[in-house]
Design a protein around this ligand. Structure first.
Ligand code: FES
Length: 162
């Protein structure tokens, strides 16, 4: 089977849309958007085969896709939970006690950073600065920012995950 066959018609449509924004000989520029789309379609994570499919579709070397997928924390290379919680522990958040946020998340969920709850509901991941320094400490839950966090606010966030 051709790797490109793993992409859905809608995936290709979205990637084609992004390709129109760049010069013909700069298809590499669409990698971020392509991987984002394909990850969404695949339940929130990327397989090697899907990365290969993106490379083939964009007609670029596979390594150019792997290096993007492994560099950015928004990409996941293993199965994830329904909810992906990205916890910033970089300098501003650390100074505002992100340790307490991490501790509460790990305690409530019974997992460590980088793990998924056994029921497949929640994945927690440590990330670098998420550009919310003025509202530290902060986390992102499925793309939604939660800022000025305290352990008590973390409880509320978790209680609202259905
Ligand atoms: S250091 Fe956490 S948002 Fe910038």
């Amino acid at each position: 089977m051709n790797a490109i066959d793993l992409l859905t018609a809608e995936d290709k449509k979205v990637i084609d849309h992004w390709l129109t924004k760049f010069p013909e000989d700069r298809k590499q520029s669409a990698v971020l958007a392509a991987l984002t789309r394909v990850q969404e379609t695949n339940g929130g994570w990327l397989t090697a085969e899907l990365m290969d499919a993106v490379a083939d579709y964009l007609q670029i070397p596979k390594i150019n896709v792997y290096e993007v997928a492994t560099f950015y924390s928004l990409f996941y290379l293993e199965p994830v939970g329904k909810y992906k919680i990205e916890v910033c522990t970089n300098i501003s958040c650390m100074l505002c006690d992100s340790d307490a946020i991490v501790e509460r998340l790990q305690k409530r969920l019974g997992i460590k950073l980088g793990e998924t709850t056994p029921d497949g509901k929640v994945t927690i991941k440590e990330v670098e600065c998420i550009a919310a320094c003025t509202a530290a400490p902060a986390i992102i839950v499925n793309g939604i920012y939660h800022e000025h966090l305290t352990p008590e606010k973390v409880d509320k966030v978790l209680d609202n995950l259905r």
